[in-house]
Design a protein around this ligand. Structure first.
Ligand code: IPM
Ligand code: MN
Length: 354
């Protein structure tokens, strides 16, 4: 029986409780689909930092790098300086394990959850491939004369040929593998950020190897408009890190909001860290109010990553059925209980069976 090593970081705020429900679904999937996971639970996050001064040790990053995958709940706590834990844990994993693809599928399961009039599941089904190791995220901020009227602040947007090419190639491959509209859209702002000319050229060059995939382009500002006006136009979108961050939050709303949006930080052929894309929502922490469905969908992505395709599809289908059947009436925090939603998914999963 296959046995996968999985790292678990519940993290801050609602992280631990949504991950707990993700594990409930993973337990059920193991029993039905005949595989096992060996889970290593890590304490990292604000409480651990405040107690020990440790954010994310190098040894843990290296350990996770040798595992099949990891699950991350959420990181961020008002008691800790902004960005400190996010940078050490989220960026630490992404950069040091070269998880260069941030994969964010955008799929609407039922029209009731879409804020757009007249849009249904047939209109919202695309994937954003966000570059995950470069851009403004990998540059150190520079301050000069901090706190004075003459202050200077700077942070560069950095792109390498290698980093750009590998993620663009992944996106072309994905457009091919999906076999849907067979279209790849490059999202950038190369008319203002001229350094992104590297993206323009790399996109065209790599595209020559994929004559079966149509090439499309949108400037990020215009795309925030088009994604709302015509989401059905899109199939696979590839974007630099910062713009990918922005358009995936916007896109998450089209599929029903942060309660349902999942993502994977992936090194193709290597490790992957799967997470709900929402934050730690401290105001809901520990109250059994947070929606765990984003984490459950992250588990579905994890299963696909480790090669449990059937279980992955079944978990996604179980979530879809809960949403379509009307058993889940809202994706907002506080409407359904966290554990109630986890149990609903498990019940559906059991009906799907093998
Ligand atoms: C995300 C988050 C992170 C990011 C933050 C917490 C640093 O917004 O995963 O999208 O900007 O990448
Ligand atoms: Mn984000």
């Amino acid at each position: 029986m296959p046995n996968y090593s999985i790292g678990i970081i519940g993290g801050d705020g609602i992280g631990p409780e949504v991950v707990r429900e993700g594990m409930r679904v993973l337990d059920a999937a193991e029993a039905i689909y005949g595989f096992k996971t060996h889970r290593t639970i890590y304490p990292f996050g604000a409480d651990h930092f405040l107690k020990t001064g440790e954010t994310m040790p190098q040894s843990a990053i290296a350990e996770i790098g040798k595992m099949h995958a990891a699950v991350l709940g959420a990181i961020g706590d008002p008691r800790v300086e902004t960005g400190k834990l996010e940078f050490a844990i989220i960026a630490g994993l992404r950069f040091q394990l070269e998880l260069y693809v941030n994969l964010r599928p955008i799929k609407l399961y039922d029209s009731r959850f879409c804020p757009l009039k007249e849009k249904g599941p047939e209109h919202i089904d695309y994937v954003v491939v966000r570059e995950n190791t470069e851009d403004a995220y990998c540059a150190s901020p520079f301050f000069f004369k901090k706190g004075t009227p003459d202050e200077v602040a700077q942070q560069s947007m950095i792109y390498t040929r290698k980093g750009t090419e590998r993620v663009i190639r992944y996106a072309y491959e994905l457009a091919r593998k999906r076999g849907k509209k067979r279209k790849l859209t490059l999202c950038d702002k190369a008319n203002a950020v001229r350094a992104q000319d590297l993206w323009t050229r790399t996109f065209a060059e790599v595209g020559k190897e994929y004559p079966d995939i149509a090439q499309d382009h949108g400037y990020v500002d215009a795309m925030t408009m088009w994604l709302i006006k015509n989401p059905e136009f899109y199939d696979v979108i590839v974007a630099p890190n910062l713009f990918g961050d922005i358009i995936t939050d916007l896109s998450a709303m089209l599929q029903g909001g942060m309660g349902i949006a999942a993502g994977g930080n992936i090194h193709p052929g290597g490790p992957g860290v799967f997470e709900p894309i929402h934050g730690s929502a401290p105001k809901y922490a520990g109250q059994n109010k947070a929606n765990p469905l984003a984490t459950v969908l992250a588990i579905s992505m994890l299963l696909d990553h480790v090669g449990q395709g059937e279980a992955s599809k079944a978990v996604e289908e179980a979530v879809a059925r809960c949403l379509r059947s009307g058993k889940v009436t809202s994706l907002q925090a506080g409407v359904h209980k966290t554990d109630e939603l986890g149990k609903l998914v498990v019940d559906e999963l059991k009906t799907i069976g093998r």
